[in-house]
Design a protein around this ligand. Structure first.
Ligand code: FPP
Length: 251
């Protein structure tokens, strides 16, 4: 799979507003390299990355995209230097504090995918607060994957279903794809039609493994802190040129 050329995708036309993906997922990658190129600490890249997330969430709302899912911190990211982990957690805290005040007005609903029990009690409380406010908001839903891993999500779902079977509440034959989906962090959220990974890396890194079954992928060289509304347009324009067959044949 090669990388897509943002400039060419943009030159190729405009976003067709009648055929927008309902759900876009993004691996916000390249913060560290962006900072290094400027002689800055990696944490500076994450700070700009958090700003870019704010802008892109607002842009999704403006376009009419219903769901935006971003990979903020994986189950493996705890291996990073402590100051980097602290910075990312600090940025999330800051974002949630701001969101508590502004999400109703901005119409951005928040949901967190991942194991929140490993977070500080303060962050867990903020997650609960933003979840509670989100229930009353109509607008774009931003899902932030935090201490998230795709395999971990599937394992937890399997375990929860198995426990219900062991307790006699469920039977194995009841398990369909749709039923299994209800045990995932993404329960109730349609699968992403478009998954974007900037920064030149062409892999999924344990992101939305169940949900990506029929997603279209868009990989580009842009580093996440340089990602803009134009880059998102380019990805959507490219997506709109794809022939999605879902295992069928072309009509
Ligand atoms: C990947 O880039 C990025 C992360 C692991 C962290 C992403 C987190 C944020 C943008 C802050 C989250 C805040 C909000 C408000 C959602 P990398 O560090 O792996 O970059 P590299 O590959 O260039 O080293």
């Amino acid at each position: 799979m090669g990388l897509f050329d943002v400039k060419k995708s943009c030159e190729a036309g405009q976003v067709d507003m009648s055929r927008l993906p309902r759900h876009i997922a993004i691996i916000m990658d390249g913060n560290g390299r962006w900072a290094k190129q400027r002689g800055l600490p990696r944490t500076a890249g994450h700070k700009v990355g958090a700003e870019v997330f704010r802008r892109i969430a607002k842009y999704c709302k403006k376009l009419g995209v219903e769901y935006l899912t971003v990979y903020a911190f994986s189950t493996e990211n705890w291996k990073r230097p402590q100051d980097e982990v602290n910075t990312i957690m600090g940025l999330l805290k800051q974002y949630m504090l701001e969101a508590i005040d502004s999400m109703e007005e901005e119409k951005i609903r928040l949901k967190f995918f991942g194991d929140m029990t490993a977070l500080s009690p303060e962050l867990q409380e903020l997650v609960e607060k933003t979840n509670a406010i989100s229930k009353h908001i109509d607008g774009v839903q931003a899902n932030i994957c935090l201490n998230y891993g795709g395999r971990d999500e599937i394992l937890r779902a399997a375990r929860a279903f198995a426990q219900q079977c062991a307790a006699g509440e469920k039977h194995p034959e009841e398990l369909t794809e749709a039923a299994f989906g209800e045990y995932l962090f993404s329960a109730g959220v349609p699968d992403p039609e478009l998954i974007i990974r900037p920064s030149g890396e062409v892999r999924l890194s344990n992101f939305l493994l169940w949900q990506c079954a029929y997603a279209e992928f868009y990989f580009c060289d842009t580093l996440w802190p340089d990602f803009s509304e134009e880059t998102l347009d380019a990805a959507i324009i490219d997506y709109q040129k794809r022939d999605r067959r879902f295992g069928g044949v072309k009509k």
